[in-house]
Design a protein around this ligand. Sequence first.
Ligand code: ADP
Ligand code: MG
Length: 448
Amino acid sequence: MPRLDDALWRDIMGYLRAKHGPICRQWFEQLEPDKFDGGLLDIRTETAVQQAYLQSRCREQFKEAAQQSTGKLVTVRFVHGDEPGPEATPAERNGDSRAGATVLSDDLVLQPDYSFEQFIEGPNNELAFALAQAVADRPAKAYNPLFIHGGVGLGKTHLLQAICLRILDGNPAFNIVYVSCEKFTNQFLECVRGGDFAAFRHHYRDADMLVVDDIHFLSEKERSQEEFFHTFNELHQQSKQIVLSSDAPPGEIPGLTDRLVSRFNWGVIAQVNKPSYETRVAIVRAKAALQGLEVPDEVAAYLAKRFEHNVRELEGAICTVSAHADFLGQPMTAALARKAMGDPGVEPSGRVTLQRIIDVVTDFYNVKTAELQSRRRHKSITEPRQVCMFLARQKTNLSLEEIGGHFGGRDHTTVMHSVQKIEGKVEEEPSFRAQVEQMEQRVEAALV
Ligand code: ADP
Ligand code: MG
């Protein structure tokens, strides 16, 4: 059987890393070229989830890499076990067949990265994380339904998929129906138009587990809610697990019928909140490691500080910074990260921003901005606060009043006193002077 030679395979993987870095994952290293025959290259994956994922998300990039490396017109196919993957993506299959007939096979593709192992636990999500694992380990025995809610980009979809991945890992034949609520609603409307509900109901009600992402999408949609109500009842009666995610708890989804609210409350409800600074740093590290990137501490700290509310944005920022570093052929530093994020750290006048000073000082002392602005007078807070005021006085055009305003509305005499205190300490203690100089240098790095 003709095979691809090793050197060509290395070329293909090298091309992918160079040209399509953001799609590359460490587990790509376990991919193996299989048959290479008549312009068709088979690539073997370790798991069926990887196969489905690569087939639907990465086929074009692999094809491009294979064509560049071999200089031939090559089509790529991902295979797992004895099953060669279909050559067409689900979207393409839908394109050339009757809408409605294939629409049901087009459930969401699982993302191999969204596993429990890749989920960073923190005080913001520990309950949801624990419950999701309990459900994955004992579907329909532990909590039914499991309802996870929280803001955008806080890991709801990740947890839903982690449940699916864990179950499929132990039992690949487990019939999981995993859809976005939007898809459910659209499929339902399609059936309403065509007047044929049999296939739709069959698909949903024969599931071993039903996972619906973003169930708040049912808001104000009466007929879809009614259909979902019956689907829910049928599955629940048969002791089939149901997992739902939403941007709000059941009772706060506008226009959701009482009977659905009550059913969503039958099992267990868990909220995911915004991650703390420490959790965000850990997430940056984990996401970078997935792509085989090493992120220096100062860059991880900078990104974790800057993106507080949405992990997806944080993740995007890692890619942006790494792309900039690659493009410029420079190491990833905090200064480069700031540039990549379009965050000048300096005023148009060429002076340092107060935010830049606060970033450097809070990072140095490992304190939070909110603490600096608070009334707390503990030394662990007063010193960084005073250093901020000292640096702000030196490096910005802000008046004493303005500086005081930024630190919890302190008056100008307090600011003056703080500045003098630091000046005195810098004079007297060489080790302290060295620390302040170090912070000054970091602040100044914004000016390059
Ligand atoms: P949601 O569905 O809540 O809007 P997602 O699950 O899509 O959010 O998460 C957005 C991105 O952030 C995903 O890439 C996900 O892997 C990542 N993410 C969010 N929270 C965590 C976490 N605690 N650990 C690791 N990755 C996370
Ligand atoms: Mg989501």
